[in-house]
Ligand binder design. Structure first.
Ligand SMILES: C[S@@+](CC[C@H](N)C(=O)[O-])C[C@H]1O[C@@H](n2cnc3c(N)ncnc32)[C@H](O)[C@@H]1O
Length: 454
């Protein structure tokens, strides 16, 4: 321990990567989190910080290159905060994600007796995202934050986004320069444009949202003309969104439509979905089908079941499985999303789903009170996972099956442990890669009721 002082140099093997994208290595049994390097590298690090139970260091030399190391295709890696794994072979990324789920289940949930399937990966792990959110900064710069800072890295090409996005960035940058439209600066409280949100669909339709501090957006007609004049894409919808608050949230509460359609339409399987600027839609449309097919497989529906789809967003899972069930209740807190879900019902001629706006933890008890017999419950919560009171209501509903779709293995592990205690066995765990080149992983879990041990 004598050698572990800030400024000292050590040689370590990187064994893992944590959820913040830092390498993890050990020296004399003591854990270090390392900035730089990838799984399998032997690195020389300089200690930058010492805590009681771990140290933090920066890789200053790669002593031995990992056999999993690849050349990054992204010129902004590793400075950019967006991706963490561009230098790791994709097959190894899939293994790493499976291990991450396993480690979380074991460490947090104390779940050790369950088989975890290999991660279902993408055919091509680039250009997969359908939604891009950029920050706008000084000098008409549009980009992402530099890792662990609020310094902007100007981006002209993001290889996990649809190629159309690169062209749109170019146009907005030229418009800002040409018409001297300033980026908003939260320190001086001056300037206009804060963020840019771009949604793309499978058939190359585009929605662009320009987020401004106030109502003023000079020369907006010219911006609209430039965007709809693009040859590479069909820009069908342009919004100005006003975000008066200086928070990390991209969108504010007010939208002004500048051009075209209110919503864009994308497809999952045979279903069409109307999407508003604020609605949640899975960011990887191709892998969403893989994910939902797993949900369907785990539910193994016979056609006479009543289901509840909690955290249903714009109704995508409920609609995707609708023809295999008798009745589905979809529950979602965001008003715009539930409005989209109701429209999506009509758009797809489906009549066996009832969408209810509200918090899952408030609505499920009401369905329980009505005495509705629920055969299966699907939950797909945000990263924070399930509320404890919701778990209590799920147990009260006593479905035969629970299918948990999760984007955060640590809250998933916590929740599964809790549900398991109430008599549900974990039958299947399937990681799905929706976010190639990043440390994020999606997971589908099947739990079935097997009763409490007496
Ligand atoms: C991970 S998304 C899943 C959406 C949908 N299942 C899908 O696959 O597109 C989580 C959704 O839960 C919603 N949400 C967040 N907290 C909620 C709550 N307490 N009750 C109901 N919905 C909630 C969010 O608005 C978001 O649409």
């Amino acid at each position: 321990m004598e050698t572990f002082k800030v400024g000292n140099e050590l040689i370590l093997d990187i064994m893992d990567i944590n959820s913040d994208g830092m390498g993890v290595g050990k020296c004399e049994g003591f854990t270090f989190f390392i900035d730089g390097g990838t799984i399998g590298d032997k690195v020389k690090i300089r200690i930058t910080e010492m805590k009681k139970r771990f140290g933090i260091g920066k890789a200053i030399e790669i002593i031995e290159k990992s056999r999993y190391r690849i050349e990054s295709k992204c010129k902004f890696f590793p400075k950019c905060d967006g991706c963490q794994l561009h230098n790791l072979d994709y097959k190894k990324q899939l293994e790493f994600k499976r291990d991450m789920v396993k480690n979380n289940l074991e460490r947090i949930g104390k779940i050790t007796d369950v088989e975890i399937d290999d991660t279902l990966g993408m055919d091509y792990p680039y250009r997969y995202r359908n939604k891009a959110e950029f920050k706008v900064g000084k000098g008409s710069n549009i980009g992402y934050f530099k890792r662990e800072t609020h310094d902007l890295i100007p981006i002209d090409k993001c290889i996990i986004q649809n190629e159309i996005v690169d062209g749109i960035l170019h146009i907005i940058r030229d418009y800002m320069k040409g018409y001297k439209v300033q980026a908003y600066d939260s320190r001086t409280k001056k300037g206009i444009i804060k963020n840019i949100l771009i949604r793309t669909t499978k058939d190359s339709k585009v929605m662009v949202v320009i987020v401004t501090k106030g109502d003023n957006l000079p020369h907006k007609e010219e911006l609209v003309k430039l965007l709809i004049g693009m040859k590479e894409a069909i820009v069908v919808s342009i919004y100005q969104n006003i975000n008066e608050k200086d928070t990390s949230l991209t969108l504010g509460s007010r939208d002004i439509k500048l051009y075209g359609e209110d919503k864009i339409i994308d497809y999952i399987g045979e279903y069409k979905f109307l999407i508003s600027p604020k609605s949640f839609f899975q960011v990887n449309s191709v892998q969403t089908e893989v994910l939902y097919n797993k949900v369907l497989e785990y539910l193994d529906l016979k056609g006479d079941e009543t289901l509840v789809d909690l955290y249903c967003g714009i109704g995508t899972i409920a609609l995707y499985i609708s023809k295999y069930a008798k009745k589905i209740y979809g529950v979602e807190v965001v008003k715009e999303a539930i409005e989209d879900a109701k429209e999506n019902l009509k758009l797809n001629n489906v009549d066996n789903i009832e969408f209810i706006q509200g918090k899952s933890e408030d609505i499920l008890p009401k369905l329980n009170e009505k005495g509705i017999k629920i055969d299966a419950i699907i939950v797909d919560p945000p990263r924070k996972g399930l509320d404890k009171t919701l778990i209590d209501s799920i147990i009260k509903a006593n479905p035969q099956k629970i299918v948990y779709v999760s984007c955060n293995p640590s809250t998933l592990a916590r929740d599964l442990a809790c549900i398991k205690e109430e008599g549900y066995g974990i039958e299947k765990v399937q990681p799905v890669d929706m976010f190639g080149m990043t440390v994020h992983v999606e997971c589908v879990i099947l739990m079935t009721y097997c009763g409490l041990e007496k």
